[in-house]
Every structure is written in structure tokens, then in C-alpha cells.
Write a protein that binds this ligand. Structure first.
Ligand code: ZN
Ligand code: ZN
Length: 114
């Protein structure tokens, strides 16, 4: 009933913050039936988590949308979720991250009280 393609699975490393599509894998020396994954960039073991599937993004997945962007299931950070993208039309990626930085770092006392 749903013939949308699977979105490509992407991983991000919590050690070096690089993304990869094909993690290293090896049998777990403590449990041969188990497999451990490793980061191909920094060779850390078990440091990979699912990454936002939006191209070029290195954030961890926090949101999933069935049917998002024409895929069967699109896993993304909140910023790149299809819902959030639809809500923030017209604003570029760069503008949005600037706004966030300003909001986080505004010194106290600069708020307008009119
Ligand atoms: Zn790594
Ligand atoms: Zn993202």
C-alpha cells in the first residue's frame, strides 16, 4: 500500500561528529552473535547514532515523519523535519541558525519594554 522508497540510513559519530553511510562492523569479542559498529573516520567503537537524513546535516535524529520528502519514513532533526520546513518557509538555513544564536546569546538588559 505504501511504495515510497526507503530514505538512505545515515549515521553520525558522537566522538568526531562526522557522518557516514557505511559504519565499520565486527563481531563482538565478548559475544560472537553480536556485532559492534565503529566509526570509519575516527575508529571509535559504538559511537554512531542515527543522523538526520537531510543532506549535509550532522544532527542526531529526533523526529520521524512517515512519507516525509517522498520517502517511506524520513528521520531528521527537528529543524529538518518536513513539518518544521513547511512552517518556516522563506527563511534560509543560515538565517535561521543566526537567529537562534542571537536568541541564545543576547545579553540581559537589551530587551525592549515598549
Ligand atoms: Zn568518529
Ligand atoms: Zn537535520
Amino acid at each position: 500500500m505504501n511504495d515510497l522508497p526507503e530514505a538512505p540510513r545515515k549515521y553520525v559519530c558522537r566522538e568526531c561528529r562526522e557522518t557516514c553511510l557505511e559504519p565499520l562492523s565486527a563481531a563482538n569479542p565478548f559475544d560472537p552473535a553480536d556485532t559492534i559498529c565503529g566509526c570509519p573516520t575516527c575508529k571509535s567503537a559504538e559511537s554512531l547514532v542515527w543522523a538526520c537524513q537531510f543532506e549535509g546535516c550532522k544532527a542526531e535524529v529526533s523526529y520521524g515523519t512517515p512519507g516525509g520528502y517522498g520517502f517511506r519514513y524520513f528521520s531528521s532533526c527537528w529543524k529538518h523535519s518536513p513539518l518544521n520546513q513547511a512552517n518556516s518557509q522563506g527563511k534560509t538555513e543560515e538565517q535561521r541558525s543566526c537567529d537562534e544564536v542571537v536568541a541564545e546569546h543576547s545579553p540581559v538588559g537589551l530587551t525592549h519594554n515598549d
